[in-house]
Write a protein that binds this ligand. Structure first.
Ligand code: HEM
Length: 406
């Protein structure tokens, strides 16, 4: 057997439908719903010959594969490349691309840095920043919400929360897009992102150094772990890099998608205005409904089986979180955006030991923006077509023209 897209080429397991689809086709990436539905309808797994991978999209099996870190490891890469066979384009992440026992050590440090106490302390700062931004946008009336709200908010509060001395909005956003496009095949999206590497990667690496971080952010807690002898200086810098890789694009996407949901379903916005206690579950529903991280991979580290399907060691499995989050078997009326749904068990923040370590922070950031919108904005209207931006792992808006009225 050979290597394809950096991983082991496999034969289709018996009984698994062969589906000649390209999950990384830009048309699917911008409008994935019918692909999600067909993937689920075909069975618990499909074999995709173009990349010689298995893909799953039903909630049950997707959760099983995504959260069973013993059989389906992350250390061999959470994209198509298998790090046992090919060198990753950047030094591999010490958290999301690591397995226990090492992962337990690095994860513990990030959990300390991003603890509810540390994030809770930022609540007021986030709310003030969100209130100021929403006031400005209300005065403007019409605006392009991806650049002026979704990107503007996290890039105004997140670098300071990490403790970066310098910020560069474009570099942070483009680096995020690069990391996520890097998880796909060697297609045009990945190539274009990688071409930005020489400009961005050295800048990011420099900001992760202790001398470029302040003593009062998440980075400071990470460097305290270095001083306590838990990890080396280099590992500390790599953990700061994890925050910059995973903490910007995802939150930008979450805010853009939340606004798109409220603009597209005005009756749900009304519900939120009537009962602001629904803000928190509403964001969970945004996550379920739009799945900012649409798919991530795992690699089988032993011969095993799931749902009766034999899976050989080395198989790459594309876990399509967006399909699992819209599975009717799990979510009745899945295609309805319902702010009162309280969608426990969605996979948008992952599942198992790798569950998003920044989720409290993400909820605090998006919560501040939603609180401000619900408090101040009377009406949100789409003033043009919302456009989605293809990315190999993220389902994000590219353009969202809207108008706010008091
Ligand atoms: C709406 C916003 C966010 C979404 C949808 C999201 C989604 C996810 C998902 C799906 C995973 C699981 C990956 C896997 O199992 O392979 C994950 C892990 C992770 N996230 Fe987030 N994330 C968000 C915000 C953030 C923020 C703000 C940060 C940092 C400040 C962050 C840092 C991380 C890290 C470091 C991991 C790896 C955790 C581990 O492997 O133990 N994320 N995220």
């Amino acid at each position: 057997m050979g290597i394809i897209e950096g991983h082991l080429e496999i034969d289709p397991p018996g009984g698994v439908p062969v589906w000649d689809v390209d999950p990384y086709d830009p048309e699917i990436l911008v409008d994935p719903d019918s692909y999600y539905a067909e993937l689920r309808a075909k069975g618990p797994f499909v074999y995709i010959p173009k990349y010689s991978i298995l893909a799953c999209g039903r909630h049950e099996e997707t959760q099983e594969v995504f959260s069973d870190h013993e059989r389906f490891v992350s250390s061999r890469g959470v994209g198509l490349q298998d790090f046992h066979l090919q060198k990753p384009w950047r030094p591999q992440s010490l958290v999301v691309e690591a397995d226990p026992p090492y992962h337990s050590k690095t994860r513990k440090i990030l959990m300390r840095a991003l603890s509810p106490k540390a994030t809770g302390a930022l609540k007021e700062r986030f709310q003030d920043a969100a209130d100021r931004l929403i006031d400005t946008l209300l005065e403007r009336g019409s605006f392009e919400a991806v650049a002026e709200l979704a990107e503007a908010f996290p890039t105004s509060v997140f670098p300071a929360a990490v403790g970066l001395k310098k910020s560069n909005k474009r570099a942070l956003i483009d680096y995020g897009a690069m990391v996520f496009n890097g998880l796909g095949p060697d297609n045009e999206l990945r190539q274009k992102s990688m071409a930005m590497g020489p400009d961005i990667v050295p800048w990011i690496a420099e900001q992760c150094q202790r001398k470029n971080t302040k003593t009062d952010g998440f980075a400071a807690t990470i460097f305290e772990a270095v001083d306590a002898g838990e990890i080396t200086e280099e590992e500390g810098e790599m953990l700061v890099r994890s925050l910059l890789s995973a903490g910007v694009d995802t939150t930008v996407t979450g805010i853009g998608s939340a606004l798109w949901c409220l603009a597209s379903f005005p009756e749900q916005f009304e519900k939120l205005k009537e009962d602001p206690k629904l803000i928190r579950p509403a964001f969970e529903e945004v996550l379920r409904f739009t799945s900012p991280v649409h798919s991530f991979c795992r690699t089988a580290n032993k011969d095993t089986s799931v749902a009766g399907v034999e899976i050989v060691k080395g198989t790459k499995i594309l876990c399509v979180l967006g399909a699992a989050n819209s599975d009717e078997q799990k979510w009745p009326n899945a295609s309805k955006f319902d702010v009162s749904r309280k969608p426990m068990g969605h996979l948008a923040m992952g599942s198992g030991i790798h569950t998003c370590v920044g989720q409290t922070l993400a909820r605090a950031e998006v919560g501040a923006v939603l609180t401000s919108i619900v408090k101040k904005v009377g009406q949100i209207t789409l003033t043009g077509e919302a456009k989605w931006r293809p990315n190999n792992a993220i389902h994000a808006l590219d353009k969202l023209p809207v108008a706010f009225k008091k």
